[in-house]
Design a protein around this ligand. Sequence first.
Ligand code: CP
Length: 338
Amino acid sequence: MEDDCRVRGLVQETDLTPDRLKELLALARHLKSARLRLAEQPLLAGKTIALLFAKSSTRTRSAFEVAALGQGAQVSYFGPGTSHLGVHESAVDTAMVLGRMYDGIAYRGPDHHTVERLARHSGVPVWNALTPPWHPTQALADMLTIKEHCAKPWADICLTYVGDGRSNVANSLRIAGALLGMTVRVVAPASMSGSPEMRDQVERICARTGGGAQESDDIDEGVRDADFVYADTWIHLGEPVESWRPRVAALAPYRIDHQVLAATKNPQVRFLHCMPAVHDTSTSIGAAVLAETGREGAEVTTDVFRGPASLVLDQAENRMHAIKALLVSDLAAQPHTT
Ligand code: CP
């Protein structure tokens, strides 16, 4: 039997309780305020963090690095193909070695079992920086952003995620929303709805917290009265066109434009996107989408993405504050004030 030396960290939202999630959000707000007041204290001085990234990243890597730097910690970044993990060395062996040198490990990669093994065998906190089924640090930042822009209590807030309902972001939003007692709707083509296991987990949490969860393939019905409409990329990094072509075709009616925001009937509705977004033709993927579909952008139009309802840059910045809360909560030697 494998030893289980797991200490605190965040592998997936189901690791959290409602109280722990609220505590992390409060700490993130406190740390954000301290940074804005130029009053940040280096609570992680002398700490070391390994960033094991088997997939590329802009926001998540920056967020971990800047958060650690701001708190006085050092990071080592292992980009794709730059460690032995999974090639010459198992996740268990890597975990045990890195746990002797680092105070915490962040992992991003294609295999969720890897982050679970790192968490189980390293003896230090492990944070999931994105795996196929979960993106917990994203949802943490999203909930921070939602609370900053909506004065309602969690129980009165409705978020509608539109896109592939099987995605890691959809899963993390479902569980985080359920823990907070809010309503999370997922609008997806029937062929891309969430798994029955996920629905069961969400229902069990909602029964305790009073949260609401709905799944639908009807976008007009799904966005009605929503406070937030959320989109995610339809195309995975490095995915060949043959692989994404049928998915993008099936998702075409689910693109977020002004009509979709108007269908909420909520003039205060805000738009969220975890980024990177395919909203124009300035990237190679955007150009390929134009060639395949004749449309500029995929999951969202540029006028919505850059428009007055959009909170995408606040979300991106909040990745850093949210991740900093995790690092401080899990690693700080001295008490912190929330
Ligand atoms: N949202 C997100 O995870 O962005 P990166 O892929 O740039 O880290």
